[in-house]
Design a protein around this ligand. Structure first.
Ligand code: ZN
Length: 274
């Protein structure tokens, strides 16, 4: 399995939705949403995103409007010779915008570019420890989320993950969950919850299940969640977000409190989509 790495960079905290969405932004976005959704894009959704068919019609409509705004605002860059076309743009935007449904959103305000490689890509890193010892490493990645403006994705992994909406693995959901987390500062598994009094329960429920996954990963005991989620709280939030959207039935049965926290955060109940 490919590792999905989160690169933590110190980034400026995003300001709140109400403050950051100017009247001009809202008017511009309303104009974009009012345009008809291109027929070709609808064909791509049907072909590449099995999720779309299972969404209730009001959420399908919301998703299409979000896709229109997302594609008008974000720049896609093809890497290693990949040519960006509407199939790539719409397939990625649709999955990224799943995480915005029913929520007040400023459309990933820190994000400017989505870099897309044809397949898994190699990231070389140079690190130095406290003693000044320097070493180099390289990792093969399916996706990466930066705190300052970028998400990097493998198109092949994006396609494979979109094609199977029930295996609990989805690199686009994973990386954009990091983006939501990073809106509140460095990724730490505590995205903006909206209400101040929601944090204690969130912290208690996620902290407890994170510790459980760490113990399972250490002992080799099977879990619904990938052991990669035991890396740190930020990865835990991204991994459980994948499962929340892709395996809601199992998650609600095995982790009812965790499911409830994510359902409250995402303002969705994907169980109704099955
Ligand atoms: Zn990650």
């Amino acid at each position: 399995m490919l590792a999905i790495l989160i690169t933590l960079t110190a980034g400026a905290s995003a300001i709140g939705w109400i403050l950051s969405q100017s009247w001009r932004d809202r008017r511009r976005r309303n104009k974009i949403r009012a345009k008809p959704f291109p027929k070709e894009w609808r064909t791509i959704l049907k072909k590449r995103m099995p999720y779309f068919r299972s969404l209730p019609s009001d959420l399908q409509l919301q998703l299409k409007k979000h896709i229109q705004v997302f594609l008008a605002e974000k720049q896609f860059v093809g890497c290693d010779g990949l040519e960006i076309d509407d199939e790539i743009r719409v397939t990625i935007a649709a999955q990224a915008c799943l995480l915005l449904l029913n929520r007040q959103t400023d459309y990933y305000p820190n994000l400017r570019q989505i870099l897309v490689y044809p397949s898994a890509f190699i990231v070389r890193q140079q690190q130095r420890d406290a003693n000044g010892l320097e070493w180099h490493s390289q990792r093969l990645l399916a996706g990466e989320s930066w705190g300052q403006g970028k998400v990097v994705l493998s198109w092949q992994n994006t396609l494979d993950d979109a094609a199977d909406p029930a295996d609990g693995r989805n690199v686009v959901i994973h990386e954009f969950a990091h983006q939501l987390d990073q809106e509140a500062g460095d990724a730490n598994g505590a995205p903006r919850l909206g209400e101040f009094n929601a944090y204690p329960v969130w912290s208690q429920v996620l902290g407890q299940e994170f510790a459980k996954l760490q113990a399972q990963a250490a002992s080799g005991e099977p879990s619904l969640f990938s052991y990669y989620g035991a890396t740190n709280p930020a990865e835990f939030f991204a991994v459980i977000s994948e499962v929340f959207f892709e395996q809601p039935q199992q998650m609600k049965a095995d982790y009812p409190e965790l499911y409830q926290e994510l359902s409250r955060f995402y303002r969705l109940d994907p169980l109704n989509w099955q």
